[in-house]
Design a protein around this ligand. Sequence first.
Ligand code: FAD
Length: 475
Amino acid sequence: MKAQGFALMEGADAAALEAIVGKRNVIFHDEERLEPFSHDETAERSYASMPEAVVRPASTAEVSKVMAYASSRRIPVTPRGAGSGLSGGCVPAMGGIVLSLDRMNAILDIDLENLMVVAQPGVVTNSINEALKKHGLWFAGYPMSLETCFLGGNVAENAGGGKAVKYGVTSRYVTGLEVVLASGEVLRLGGKLRKDVTGYDLVHLLVGSEGTLAVITEITLSLMPVPRRKAVLLASFAGAAEAIGAVPRIIREARIVPTSVEYMDRASILASCGYLNESIPYGEAGAMLLLEVEGEGNDEVFANYSAIGGVCEAAGAQSVYVADNRTTMERIWNVRRNIAEALKVRSPRQSLEDVVVPTAAIPAFMEGLLSLAAEEGVQIPCYGHAGDGNLHATVIKPGQWSEEEWARRLHHILERLYRLSNSLGGRISGEHGIGNKRRDFIGINLDPATIALMKGIKAVFDPQAILNPGKIFPE
Ligand SMILES: Cc1cc2nc3c(=O)[nH]c(=O)nc-3n(C[C@H](O)[C@H](O)[C@H](O)COP(=O)(O)OP(=O)(O)OC[C@H]3O[C@@H](n4cnc5c(N)ncnc54)[C@H](O)[C@@H]3O)c2cc1C
């Protein structure tokens, strides 16, 4: 037996799992092939942990049998999508089985009458929108990692991306789920329904549950029409306060909800432009807003971006650049999308955060962040989804700090960062989740009674605590 009474896996366990999913779909006793499943995209390897086995089921029936077997032996099971997570969510913190959903990758039904799509969890998110393109429809809640992440991972994290300010996040589109409980029991919840108040809303309890309550094996999503025309504005400001101050004015004064309101500080822009060998007109800007607007036709788009541009100028923008053709829009979005990767290439030792604060508190947060960085002697470039208060402050390890110093001081800096967002009415994660990375800090946001209630829910779904143990809650 090992930590928390979990069984250590033996050859007989691997044989039993092979009998369920086939020999070639089980990896056991093979360090080299197991290692890629020990981490996600979280930069620091201190959150990594090796699995004892990787199991790749092809159907709900196989997932059910794997769960029933793991339950009978009390072996931990950690569901895994594409492994693009940024909180250690799919890391097998207590060893055991990594349940990789990559073989369950079919789009099962594109329902043009109900405007719904039904898909398996291993579908790459972007391929849903590729398949829907010819019908003029899309799943609008997708994250920026859409070209790599899986739909199951999006649902499990309740991912949200650059269009959340207008279209909301994944949960808004999930109307039905098929899930497998820790016991192996299969539940079908919700359906192709735009309204459903039949009992507790278990669908949306499972959205964002980070693989700790059930394995998601089928997802029903509602669809939206693809906007006909769009344009991107790039507005430069002297600094964070000026840029962020423009955001509520855009909605209040122009009376337009942009599709996207993305914030980039100078360090983030320079890093991404350098990485891509790209130039965008940032001039002397201390901070920039990327705003996307849409409309039925060119006239409506023109009216929308003119109104927004006018408000930006009134709010102190140094310049406003408009991109209304596909190539230039894509060049600008590419700079925004590549900031995380550019900062990671430049400074591999880092901690990418995603605190969320009420939008009106963003300037105060940015001010606090600048002080925190100066006091701690670290660089913390910041970018993110300004339209919904979700900011990717990225703590960079100074070259002169030793490993021991970095580990100790990072914990302290993160605690200060999270307390800063909490003091402004914010939360420690807006989209990346808690996983094992932030679990020791959840008490900053949630009181003991709330945590006890959540643990009670976990115990009802998974009484033996075999599903993704070591996540969300502190030990
Ligand atoms: C460059 C980059 C950009 C990103 N941009 C965004 C962004 O804009 N918005 C955003 O929200 N996130 C973003 N992310 C984070 C990440 O891509 C999302 O959290 C994504 O939803 C994870 O999907 P995945 O398939 O990779 O899941 P994984 O990382 O494999 O797993 C994530 C969690 O989901 C659980 N899980 C996965 N599949 C299932 C299943 N079938 N059943 C139950 N639980 C399951 C896992 O146990 C784990 O807890 C970004 C990441 C990167 C690297």
